[in-house]
Write a protein that binds this ligand. Sequence first.
Ligand code: SF4
Ligand code: SF4
Length: 392
Amino acid sequence: MTNVSRRNFLTAFTSSVLGFGLAKNVKAGFRNKVSTHNGSSPIKVQKYNILGKTGIKVSDVSCGAISFFEPNVLRYAYDLGVNYFDTAEGYMRTKSETFIGEALKDIRKKITITTKHGLSPKVKRDEIIKRVEESLKRLQTDYIDIAMVHGVSDTSLLEDEEIQAAYSQLKKDGKIRFTGFSTHNAKLTLNQVLKNDFAQVVLIIYNHMEGKEIEPLMAPVHNKGIGIVAMKIFAGGRHGNLKSLISQEVSYPQAAISWVLSNPSIHCCIPTMSSYSHVEEYVAASGKSLNRADLNVIAEYQRQSNNQYCRVSCSECLSSCPNNVAINDVLRYKMYFENYRMEKEAMQYYAALPKSKMAINCSNCSGYCESSCRFGLKVKENLIRAHEILRA
Ligand code: SF4
Ligand code: SF4
């Protein structure tokens, strides 16, 4: 393994154990491979897919970098065959891009980098170009393979003249190769993407708890030649707290990865790789078919999480709230805080909401949102807890 000192390994591993909440599961559930960390790992990516008409060959198990502890973990992922790395200007307040640059600059041509920029309708062409150029500096590269607009809920945003002009200029200048967007609203945007040409790649939420509804929309997008990348594949990441998953034959993350990759429309998935253990555990699921043991683990996760997990792509209860609280966003930030252990980022996201959308008045309300949730979540209680932990 390249550049990984024992001290760095211990730091990252300890951080993972102490900080990320997944290690219990890694230790007990990830039984089928031997960890080496010394360059002779038997674990390698087994399958690569062509990312639609981009023609780029990507590892089926790829790497999300929303939160991690040090660049050498990413390098280790590359050593095991991962060649697609997803980041964003906003992840870890730009540090994610910086870490990717540090870890991977000398093998830049062998990997694919996606980064994302959140844009508002009022954004100007020059501002977008400047922000992309700043990403290039942090990534220590002169081109981005796939530049995405972050968090698009309606693709009409992408028809904005300033946005179109900026990305077309960046392509002309060779600073980006392809464009796309990430979305929490695939029910709408996967339909829209069939009618516009901005996106060569889309990044969508797809997991065993909220993937079924969008499945009919995926094949036409795939058939149009658009690359489809799956995120949030661990359905809330609650597995670190579910004891009944520990003694299972496969680990929950491996089962969840196999479930996602069993859909032929998906080109790759991007679990966040925060530790060496994650890298090995997730890469070990590459190329595997979904089997009975995976389905048993998934069924158990669903049994325990069905009325606990606020589906990220759902907004069904929003109209029931007289106070206009951003219920699904607030519960997503709570998930980042508690399950992803991204406390600072979660608090920042919450602080960026307009006050009117925060869960400030939930404790004085009858909880109309609760009867609107067909999954039976204790919405009010969760929102009160969210406000407690997320407020500055
Ligand atoms: S508890 Fe009341 S104020 Fe809070 S989100 Fe639900 S309906 Fe809205
Ligand atoms: S609380 Fe229930 S209805 Fe509301 S967004 Fe979450 S899953 Fe959907």
